[in-house]
Design a protein around this ligand. Sequence first.
Ligand code: FPP
Length: 249
Amino acid sequence: MLKLAQTPVEPTPVPQHVAIIMDGNGRWARARGLPRTLGHREGVEALRRTVEAAGKMGVKYLTVFGFSTENWTRPVEEVDALFELMRLYVAKDLERLVKEGVCIRVIGGRESLAPDVRDIIVRAEQRSAHNSALRLTVAFNYGGRSEIVRAVQRIAADVKAGVLAPEAISADTFDLYLYTHDMPSPDLVIRTSGEQRISNFLLWQAAYAEFIFLDVLWPDFDQAALESAFHEYRQRDRRFGGVIRDATN
Ligand code: FPP
């Protein structure tokens, strides 16, 4: 009988924490003569595909930029549409995500959100808090600079209250005052649509992340696009400020 050689299949390493700037919804819609809001609606479909693909591929943390502190300057109908999509996304997907082991977190300023959106966020976080297969973090009304300023204010308050000594403040301490205090920094930041900017996303946390800019518009993003980003990520030599490693030393 023919015996097949037992070739052990090495699991392909994937980045532990992937952060995505989901850009290009408006251009996707414009190219089809559709209103921008339909581009965002297709963007939610791409988000669904991406959460599923990332979970299947073994990503542990997926952080997406859903609404930035600067997005308030968009026309009011577009802002309303983005909030409505957030409501619908949670209403439609929460129970499935909970069943699939996804833990949902939302980072960003909550005080300026409508009360029902705040309630939806709290419910999604509470319903999924026990899950650990994949942590899905949605940055919503999020801006990296405001997050850093908020951390400084909270550190100053602790110093003033006498619970933190100024000389005890290190980068590790600072991490603890950020929204992302209980997750690792992103290994990979992907931005779609061909733009090459960080746009106030995870400014502190992305200090040593690899950046990959893809030409695909967000509504067209899928598992193949994620795989191509991972493929490129694996070619990168992450040095974290150290020296180039080679086989001779
Ligand atoms: C950028 O495209 C995308 C956004 C401002 C929002 C991203 C939102 C979604 C994918 C859907 C809603 C999200 C959640 C979490 C429910 P753009 O409008 O800037 O595109 P453009 O640069 O082509 O105009």
